[in-house]
Design a protein around this ligand. Structure first.
Ligand code: TRP
Length: 474
């Protein structure tokens, strides 16, 4: 279900789904199509691929991934949880040739404890770091969370920054290869230069078309896209990549993120092409359903929708038993006879995210669908998997001291190897480091909208210019 409290908490100028029944996914709001029965349907991720103009991760992509990395694709990739990309193939090409790229992801620190849905892109990013052995940059957009909230103070978001950093570190990132920064702290120098390079290339019309801002949007929001985008450029981090911009501007980022962040990077890719910087590549994850079922994502502001990383084993058990939407039948007899629906079943869905063993998962699915497995039994399996996952996390979290955090925040040189056995081509050194040339993928309707708004703006500007000339008596 679309969560009304989330919609109500949003400032009036951020698009919400309250007046529409269509599925809507943007950086501030995620809701499935509301059917005639008033119930939100599951998010249709294939529609999103089309709407956003990204590419589906295909079987062939997985085969290529395995060939280049010599690693079995992550279970998220095998199961369509990480389901879409922009230019993944170009990053694999680079890796194959031993050319540099880096990973970039982030979090808006908006609550003091992360939930199991928040850890999904981070788990995946950590795995990517292990697979590719490249630098990773993690951005904490405390400024974003201040600008986009009516109530939060700067002090509040900054305290979340510290707490969330500990959560993120507990996922298992390697401090020798990872730089974490807060916008409030890092803004300035090379990073700020890129922010302004980017903001100079984004007109109000484009920001409106991409993000849905309007005349009542504060200007901080309109500007923020330049901040999130500028982190995609390696020359924002001279302490990691050096300060030869002829080289650093050509090192692309690979951004693992949830699909709702795509609009920022669609815009960034467009600007990158005009700046002659490497375009960031993306790899997109779907959301973890709220306990209440598909159609909305887990939300930190709705306690009963989420399993938090600080929850006790008992809390996990109670939440799953009490709130996890079941795809099973009403009674045991009916379940035995008809079987359950794994597509709708939240406990099963969570197992697809967190249970590593493909065969075991397939057996659970077959047994649940046939009615051999009961809802209570399925929930028990989900509970024990989540308890193990959260416990492991909490043990690592307990070891994250302030010194460890400081090490991740330090502007130090990072150490990485990349591909130890690249395919050697006949190219001269440095020759392969061209701008990543992915086709630009704004959706048609978006391009049309931008073109139209541009035309209107140009016409307005013209009229004004004419007026001004007339007023000046020329
Ligand atoms: N805007 C994101 C959020 O609110 C944070 C973020 C910044 C991010 N840069 C990113 C997320 C890159 C994914 C990838 O959580």
């Amino acid at each position: 279900m679309a969560d009304p409290s989330i919609a109500a908490a949003l400032p009036a100028d951020v698009p919400t789904t309250t007046t529409t029944t269509k599925q809507s996914v943007d950086p501030w709001n995620v809701s499935g199509e509301i059917g005639a029965d008033g119930i939100a349907k599951a998010i249709n991720y294939l529609t999103l691929i089309e709407e956003f103009g990204t590419k589906k991760i295909t079987e062939e992509d997985l085969v290529r991934f395995e060939k280049v990395t010599r690693r079995k694709p992550h279970r998220f990739m095998r199961r369509g949880i990480v389901f879409s990309h922009r230019d993944l193939n170009l990053i694999l090409d680079r890796h194959e040739r031993g050319e540099p790229f880096f990973l970039y992801t982030g979090r808006g620190p908006s609550s003091d404890s992360m939930h199991i849905g928040h850890t999904v892109p981070f788990e995946f990013t950590k795995w990517m770091q292990d697979v590719f052995d490249v630098p990773l940059i993690i951005m904490l957009t405390d400024d974003e969370k201040f600008i986009f909230s009516e109530k939060r103070t700067i002090e509040e978001v900054m305290s979340y920054t510290t707490e969330n950093t500990k959560d993120i570190v507990a996922v298992g990132f390697d401090p020798k290869k990872t730089f974490i920064f807060s916008d409030y702290e890092y803004m300035g120098g090379a990073f700020y230069k890129n922010v302004t390079r980017m903001s100079k290339m984004i007109t109000l019309n484009v920001a409106r078309a991409v993000f849905g801002f309007n005349d009542s949007s504060c200007i901080g929001k309109i500007h923020f896209g330049a901040v999130q985008g500028a982190t995609s450029f390696a020359n924002s981090f001279p302490h990691i990549f050096g300060d030869d911009e002829s080289k650093t501007t050509q090192i692309p980022a690979m951004i693992p993120c949830a699909i709702d962040q795509d609009p920022y990077f669609r815009l960034t890719r467009d600007v990158a092409a005009r700046l002659h910087f490497a375009k960031p590549a993306l790899i997109h994850a779907r959301f973890l359903d709220a306990l209440q079922g598909p159609g909305s994502k887990m939300s930190a502001s709705v306690d009963t929708s989420a399993i938090f990383m600080k929850d006790t084993p008992n809390q996990i058990k109670n939440k799953i038993n009490k709130y996890a939407f079941s795809g099973g039948q009403e009674t045991m007899e009916l379940q035995r006879e008809k079987g359950g629906d794994t597509e709708k079943d939240v406990a099963y869905q969570y197992l697809t995210f967190f249970l590593e063993d493909d065969e075991e998962l397939a057996k659970i699915k077959a047994d649940y669908t046939s009615g051999q497995l009961l809802t209570g039994e399925l929930k028990a399996k989900c509970i024990s998997e989540l308890q193990v996952y959260v416990k492991g996390f909490q043990e690592r979290r307990a070891a994250v001291t302030d010194e460890v955090v400081a090490d991740f925040f330090a502007r130090k040189k990072l150490q990485w190897v990349g591909n130890p056995t690249p395919i050697v081509t006949a190219k001269a050194p440095g020759e392969g480091e061209g701008v990543v040339e992915g086709e630009e993928k704004m959706s048609k309707s978006q391009l049309k909208k931008i073109a139209k708004e541009k035309m209107i703006a140009e016409r307005d500007a013209e009229r004004k210019a004419v007026k001004a000339v007339k007023a000046a008596g020329a």
